[in-house]
Design a protein around this ligand. Structure first.
Ligand code: MN
Length: 235
C-alpha cells in the first residue's frame, strides 16, 4: 500500500478504476484484484461421495482491466485457435484481511455475480507443459467477462444452485454450486493466508465440467440460479 494514495503528480493520467454495476444500486463496485481458483468442482466420483484426499486449492490472477460487462463482446483473441469458456460464480468482497477464519469469511462478502474465465487453452497447455506461468493463457484482454453484482444482503450466500452455460442455445456446461470442492468461506480463508485480501477483490470460484471452445459469432449465456446471468457474444 506504500506506493499508493500519495499526493503525487502523475506523468500521465492514471487509468480509471475498473468497476462493475450493482443491481438495485446507483453505486458501482470498484475492482481491486481478480483471483481465480483452479479446478474446484467435484467430478462425478466426488459428487457421489466424500473425497478424503481433496488437494489444497490453487489460484491465479487476472487483471481488473480484463473485465467485460454482460451484454458486451468478447473479441476472439490473437495467438490462439482454442479459446474456451469457463462459467463461474464470482464472489465480490467488501473488506478483507489476512488469515481470515473460515467462520468469519462470509462477513467479507459484499455481492455475487456470474463470470466467464475465458481461456486460451492452447497457450495455457503449453505453459503447463513447460512449467511456466499461465498469464498468456488466462490474463489477456477481455478474458474476464462478469455480470452485474447482486448484493448478499438481498440474496444471502448461495451454496446451492444450477450453474449452466449455453452456447447458441445448446447447454455446454452444467453443474451446481453444491459441487464446489472448496466452499466460499474456505476459499476466502485459504486465499487470505496467501494474500492480504481487500475490499474490491473478486474471486472467480472455478468452473464445472463441460468447458469447450468458442468461435466468432457464438452467443454465450451463463446462469447461476439464485444469482443471475451473463450474456456475451464472441466477436
Ligand atoms: Mn476457471
Amino acid at each position: 500500500m506504500t506506493v499508493m494514495n500519495q499526493n503525487v503528480s502523475y506523468a500521465f493520467p492514471p487509468h480509471a478504476v475498473p468497476h462493475l454495476p450493482i443491481r438495485n444500486s446507483s453505486n458501482v463496485f470498484p475492482v481491486h484484484r481478480i483471483y481465480c481458483v483452479g479446478r474446484n468442482y467435484a467430478d462425478h466420483a466426488i459428487e457421489m461421495g466424500h473425497d478424503p484426499n481433496r488437494e489444497a486449492p490453487f489460484f491465479f490472477q487476472k487483471n481488473p482491466d480484463t473485465l467485460v460487462l454482460s451484454g458486451g463482446v468478447f473479441p476472439y483473441p490473437d495467438k490462439s485457435n482454442d479459446v474456451h469458456h469457463e462459467l463461474e460464480m464470482v464472489i465480490a468482497l467488501k473488506s478483507g484481511g489476512k488469515d481470515i477464519p473460515i467462520e468469519k469469511a462470509l462477513d467479507h462478502v459484499f455481492a455475487y455475480g456470474v463470470g466467464l474465465d475465458m481461456t486460451r487453452r492452447d497457450l495455457q497447455g503449453e505453459a503447463k507443459k513447460a512449467g511456466r506461468p499461465w498469464e498468456i493463457g488466462k490474463a489477456f484482454e477481455f478474458s474476464a467477462p462478469c455480470s452485474e453484482l447482486v448484493l448478499a444482503s438481498e440474496i444471502g450466500h448461495p451454496a446451492k444452485g444450477a450453474v449452466t452455460l449455453k452456447v447458441n442455445g445448446a447447454v455446454k456446461q452444467k453443474g451446481d454450486l453444491d459441487q464446489l470442492i472448496w466452499k466460499v468461506p474456505e476459499m476466502i480463508s485459504y486465499l487470505s493466508g496467501l494474500f492480504e485480501l481487500q475490499a474490491g477483490d473478486l474471486i472467480y470460484s472455478g468452473t464445472p465440467a463441460g468447458v469447450g471452445p468458442v468461435v466468432r459469432g457464438d452467443e454465450m449465456l451463463g446462469t447461476v440460479d439464485g444469482i443471475g446471468e451473463i450474456k456475451i457474444k464472441v466477436g
